[in-house]
Design a protein around this ligand. Structure first.
Ligand SMILES: Nc1ncnc2c1ncn2[C@@H]1O[C@H](COP(=O)(O)OP(=O)(O)OP(=O)(O)O)[C@@H](O)[C@H]1O
Ligand code: SF4
Ligand SMILES: [Mg+2]
Length: 327
């Protein structure tokens, strides 16, 4: 049997900003701490957490747009952590990003034809007579008509612009897409359409996706598994429906509680206070200043992310918590 490895493996990733005040070398302010996760071939993994928790930083570190101080990133079995930009070039095609605001990432002076052609040119794809057919195929893939090829970004709605951004990312046949808040700027009804489109493209092409959003209700619909991030640390990882219906970590429970829902009977955790500054994280468990279940021991040591059921991990020292008793 051929061994199937994960497409992406992130191991002990730690990343900070700064580290120099111009005159002196100072300690960098860490925003990611010991982050470990994998994405399988054709898997959609959701990354959810509050603003500032480090989601975009993880996305950029995976794409090697930011250099981590510590840890490894493996893509398709190859350690890419120390590759130079030049060595990364052949891999750039295989890892694409979709941004939150398609308008700022699409050049307003370029037609859709030029935008998509530029992406193909960079990687020398469909350089001959197959180009036109490929452009039409790409628009078709994202549900846009071929007449749109000669229009400019401002002529489209937000949802249509995001479809063009997706067509551009898919044009080079990537194996991994990082979708960073890709639907957050869209109306709720349009969000569902774009989510369905990404899910369909995964089915058709087998592309893997790191789907980043601050909104758990969006992430759970599209993801196979969900990673819950808080202050640069993974709190919980597990299958999307289980993390949503039966969260194991108090912070995941708080995120679920924050979702609007019809049945008000189920117990809720309301978070107290604000998210602490990543520059001065609490000792021990970084969630402890807002956790309703915190014990003195939670300040003592950093809980490691440990497997507590098959395919489910949490970073919490307590196994005796009854989430239903939370107030
Ligand atoms: N270039 C940078 N220089 C210094 N600090 C940065 C830089 N980029 C991000 N940060 C800090 O790192 C932390 C994580 O930021 P990041 O953008 O990854 O969060 P996020 O989870 O994507 O938030 P959002 O939901 O608002 O997009 C924040 O405290 C942010 O201020
Ligand atoms: S380790 Fe302690 S503070 Fe952290 S989530 Fe668990 S109970 Fe709460
Ligand atoms: Mg972000």
């Amino acid at each position: 049997m051929i061994e199937q490895h994960n497409l992406l493996e992130v191991e002990k990733l730690s990343l900070g900003f700064g580290g120099s005040n111009g005159l002196f070398r100072t300690k960098p302010a860490m925003v990611l701490r010991d982050v470990n996760f994998t994405i399988g071939q054709g898997e959609i993994v959701g990354l959810v957490g509050e603003s500032g928790s480090g989601k975009s930083t993880i996305g950029k570190a995976v794409l090697k747009l930011l250099k981590a101080q510590e840890g490894r990133v493996r893509f398709d079995g190859m350690d890419i952590s120390d590759l130079s930009e030049r060595q990364m070039r052949p891999l750039r095609r295989e890892m694409q990003i979709i941004f939150q605001d398609p308008y700022s990432s699409l050049d307003p002076r370029q037609t859709v034809r030029n935008i998509l052609s530029d992406a193909l040119d960079i990687h020398h794809l469909h350089m001959g007579s197959s180009r036109e057919a490929r452009l039409v195929e790409l628009l078709d893939m994202v549900g846009l008509r071929r007449e749109f090829l000669d229009r400019y970004p401002h002529e489209f709605s937000g949802g249509q612009r995001q479809r063009i951004g997706i067509a551009r990312a898919m044009s080079v046949e990537p194996r991994l897409i990082v979708a960073d808040e890709a639907v957050s700027a869209l109306d709720v009804s349009i969000q569902a359409q774009v989510i369905n489109l990404i899910a369909r493209l995964r089915e058709q092409t087998g592309v893997s996706v790191l789907f980043i959003s601050h909104d758990l209700s969006v992430v759970r619909f599209i993801s196979d598994r969900i990673i819950v991030l808080y202050l640069g640390k993974i709190m919980e990882v597990g299958p999307a429906d289980l993390v949503h219906h039966a969260p194991l970590h108090p912070y995941s429970k708080a995120l679920v509680s924050a979702e609007p829902r019809l049945d008000q009977k189920s117990s809720r955790i309301r978070l107290r206070g604000d998210i602490p500054s990543p520059l001065r994280p609490p000792s021990g468990c970084v969630f402890r200043t807002r956790c309703p279940f915190a014990l003195p021991a939670c300040a003592e040591r950093v809980p490691e992310l440990r497997e507590v059921a098959p395919g489910r991990s949490k970073a919490c020292i307590r196994d005796d918590i009854d989430m239903e008793t939370a107030s």
